[in-house]
Design a protein around this ligand. Sequence first.
Ligand SMILES: N[C@@H](CCC[C@H](N)C(=O)O)C(=O)O
Length: 286
Amino acid sequence: MQIPFTKMHGLGNNYVYIDLFNYEIDEKLYSDLAIHMSDIYTGIGSDGMILIHPTTAADVGMRIFNKDGSEGKSCGNGLRCTAKYAYENGIVQNRKFHIQTKANIVEAEVSVDNNKVDQVTIDMGEPILARNEIPMMGNNDSKVVNEPFVVAGETQYVTAVSMGNPHAVFFVNDIAEAPLETLGPTIEKDMRFPESINVEFIEVVSSTEINFRVWERGSGITQACGTGACAAVVAATLNEKVTKSHPIVVHLAGGDLNIEWKEDNHVWMTGPAEVIASGLFYYKGK
Ligand SMILES: N[C@@H](CCC[C@H](N)C(=O)O)C(=O)O
């Protein structure tokens, strides 16, 4: 099978995109295809695969599969790239439109220069804070804010936020010392998170700026995570470390995102989206 693809990235968080408006794939193959395409040695090499598909619920639909073939419910960098693809390929004609993910329907607005989309703003919707909806095990459905969390014999402090997908946020004094490789995979699979979790370490630089590193569920260390950056700003606000309802600059390994948790409880994300390559993937099937 020869599958047409476009590889795109948002701040280095790169996925192989397949346009299901123009090509059909048996749904049973999605997970296996994501694993094969993502392989850096025998595939294209990516953090996962994103399907851009028709839907009656919005202007365009998006499904995200991590490198290990697991499906995530949302993807901030993927939403910006999907918006760019949809606009530049005539799937949508307006600069403002709606994208459906497995988590929710969001509004995207593209800014265009010379018919090319450079920046994309997404209304990511409301964060979910109730423990049982993250989901995180425990006895009540209250918020998980700076809660002691023993891991590898040491006490860390976790703030848990779902942006449609789950995030565990930890504050560190120096981002360069964040225990990404060691605690990242351990916390991802910790039994207290029944659906596994994305793990973020953040260093507060000032009341409007944070440094950020991520260990993503299903993909490991990536250069950026859009939903993670939103969760980090929500976590920093809940812990009174950044200015409430104010744009916050999040410095990720791949560059900066602008995130604002507004008065109306919606989280807004603005950042770039870029095309890397397009071509045909030779898939042998399962
Ligand atoms: N990189 C993404 C999130 C991708 C999905 C995540 N790994 C999950 O399983 O929830 C982003 O930019 O938000």
